[in-house]
Design a protein around this ligand. Structure first.
Ligand code: NDP
Length: 333
């Protein structure tokens, strides 16, 4: 009457059909402006999006204070409030917002598989990757200590607060030179702290920075720490010629300390299936959010090494939802 228990068969079944599997039409990964905008559009197009917020719910904007360059907020808005508003707007149209982080992906089949927190498996017809990028920090304790008191990794976001003041930018790549030039238009003086005696930045950007009168380049300098009262930056301690003849400690007085040593796109779990550039930014078909895998789309900072703004991320999130909707209607036509 009963089929004898076959332990091996049950083991196989367990692997083939994990208990916690869910099928969804549209899975959005990441909860910055790109992810929430994608969710708003996808929800309004009846794609019933499920969004996983990731490690930092609300994304990078939740680490900034005032956002003054996002259109529609004439008085400005704080990053956390803006992200809460975007979340509520996505929920208003039925987005299922969940806590959790994508830890593994398999885009080899027609149904796209994404594991959440190494346990739950989502099988999605469309996946919108909006996992963002993380600004790199030097790893100094003082970066934590003075966070919110003069340390920033985004000149476009925070430069305005340092009008007429002296600031420093760490790094010698395109990000640092771009940040330094942006800040030079607002600040009295901008120090660029470059660890080697050459820029990594493109020639044209490097020349522009070197020709800007209120940018002073501190070649072969590295940051040792920051100082200031009440967790407000008043200066930085640098080391010139570290480990070489002529090594010396140098102090500069600054009000703002900007990191420009690069970003790391959060794309590691997708790189077996999607094309990325050498830094890890996901490559999309120009003018679209489409990756090389049909049904998988990317938007926001995970695919944008150039603009990296909340408003451009939101715009690309909208594109991703529209591309997903069109993909599904063609598939089910
Ligand atoms: P990069 O990796 O090109 O440059 C990083 C810079 O930071 C280098 O000068 C590096 O020094 C320095 N750096 C890294 N770690 C440290 C550290 N621990 N201490 C001190 N200095 C450090 O990153 P970017 O973000 O500048 O650029 C990334 C990519 O994005 C590039 O391809 C760039 O061209 C592109 N980009 C393009 C822009 C545009 O076209 N408008 C704007 C911004 C970026 P070192 O050279 O010694 O390694």
């Amino acid at each position: 009457m009963f089929k004898p228990l076959d332990i091996n068969e049950n083991e196989e079944n367990k692997t083939a059909q994990p208990a916690d599997v869910e099928k969804v039409k549209c899975l959005v990964l990441g909860s910055g402006p790109a992810g929430y905008t994608a969710a708003i559009y996808a929800a309004r197009a009846n794609l019933n999006p499920v969004i996983y917020e990731g490690l930092q719910p609300g994304g990078q904007l939740t680490t900034t204070t005032e956002v003054e360059n996002y259109p529609g907020y004439p008085e400005g808005v704080t990053g956390p409030v803006m992200m809460e508003d975007l979340k509520k707007q996505a929920q208003r149209f039925g987005t299922d917002v969940r806590w959790g982080m994508a830890t593994k992906a398999d885009f080899s089949g027609e149904v796209h598989k994404v594991w959440i927190d190494d346990s739950k498996l989502i099988e999605a017809e469309t996946v919108i990757i909006a996992t963002g990028a993380t600004a790199k920090y030097l790893g100094l304790e003082d970066e934590q200590k003075y966070a919110g008191g003069g340390v920033s990794a985004c000149a476009t976001c925070d430069g305005f607060f340092y009008r007429g003041k002296d600031v420093a930018v760490v790094g010698g790549g395109d990000t640092a030179t771009e940040e330094a030039m942006y800040l030079a238009g607002l600040c009295r003086k901008v120090y660029m702290i470059v660890r080697r005696d050459v820029f990594r930045a493109s020639k044209v950007m490097a020349e522009r920075a070197m020709k800007t009168p209120n940018i002073e380049i501190l070649w072969k300098h590295q940051v040792k720490g920051l100082f200031g009262e009440n967790n407000i930056v008043e200066g930085a301690t640098l080391v010139k010629n570290l480990g070489e003849e002529g090594e010396e400690e140098v102090k500069i007085k600054i009000d703002g300390f900007f990191l420009g040593i690069g970003h790391k796109p959060n794309s590691d779990i997708f790189t077996d299936y999607l094309d990325t550039d050498e830094v890890g930014y996901i490559q999309t078909i120009p003018g679209t959010s489409k990756t090389k895998v049909p049904g998988v789309f990317a938007c926001g900072d995970v695919q944008d090494s150039i603009y990296r703004q909340a408003v451009t991320a939101a715009g690309s999130g909208c594109m991703a939802a529209i591309d997903a909707e069109r993909y599904l209607s063609e598939k089910h036509a």
